[in-house]
Design a binder for this molecule. Sequence first.
Ligand code: ACO
Length: 349
Amino acid sequence: MKRTKIAGIGMYVPEQVVTNGDLAKVMDTSDEWIQERTGIRERRYARRFEDTTTTMGVEAAKIAMQNAGVEPREIDFIIFATLSPDYYFPGCGVLLQRAMGMKEIGALDVRNQCSGFIYALSVADQFIKTGMYKNILLVASETHSYGLDFTTRGRNVSVIFGDGAGAVVLQPATRENQGILSTHLHSDGDSAELLSMPNPGFHAGKFWKEKRPAAPKGPYGGLFITEELLEKEDVYPYMDGQAVFKKAVIKFPEVIMEALQANNLTPVDIQLLIPHQANLRISQFVQHYLRLREDQVYNNIQKYGNTTAASVPIALYEAWHGGKITDGGLVCLAAFGSGFTWASALLRW
Ligand code: ACO
């Protein structure tokens, strides 16, 4: 069985730069607080009525395909990872297929939030290894800025997230010992609500019965976006930051070590670790825990904030473009986020 290689990478971030100082003008926060707790200095926000999760994904995909030397008609399968789709349904996969004028190929949407890219990479890896597909386009894109609470109430979440997209083209490896060595996927739904956006959702069972007994309208249920919901502004993401932090610093090293051990390798062998850019403090904790040198870990959350599914491919693109990954180098990708879900992938460039 042939391994899967990353044949091309691309990224796109919208032009609009929003600094911590800009956010401090609309909510009670400060550059000092945000930098100290998260490492973030600025992030990009989509241009209203112009950028969408799909359009940004298309821009990243064009660059990835150009770098891979592949035309849209050569793509066999699309995988699109996002938590901020253009529509509730259908997913962004088909919107990208339409926008890029691709053939009537399969388009799969992945909903694993911060781990979305690595989950999607694992799915793509299986299709390539079995020989089912030769060119898979994997896109991860997020537009958070349209759905955040920019009042002081939402500050613990809103200052963290940014918009952007990353993409890769996956193909069968062409060199001996090149490509994805293994992927490792995990979940623990016990804490699903600790980092979540329950609305709009079809949670008409226990949740509605206990919290909003009067909510369903009409004889058989009714609207899932109720006036009450909008009045209470219960339409924003919720995050218990400390609980997320505590779990992340355990699961990141665990899933990285799992990948290394599965391949008889150790942290010393890593050329570059690209952790999901959740929070610079989490990345630094992981770096110290695994005794990795500064040059073995790539972080760019300072410039883009947390772009959930897009963060790993954006960082991968920058690292590759900046010459930090060389042929034969061991690259480790790792992510943790809402679900909770966490994952890693180990690959030889
Ligand atoms: N600006 C100023 N003050 C703030 C802000 C803000 N943006 N946000 C919260 N505060 C205040 C709080 O109101 C609180 O005030 P109080 O003490 O008067 O009550 C104080 O700061 C401390 O709040 P905590 O929530 O305890 O702050 P903490 O030190 O935990 O930092 C943070 C918050 C940065 C969110 C941290 O918990 C964290 O990084 N958690 C991990 C979250 C994360 O990485 N999420 C993304 C990963 S998962 C994913 O990618 C989807």
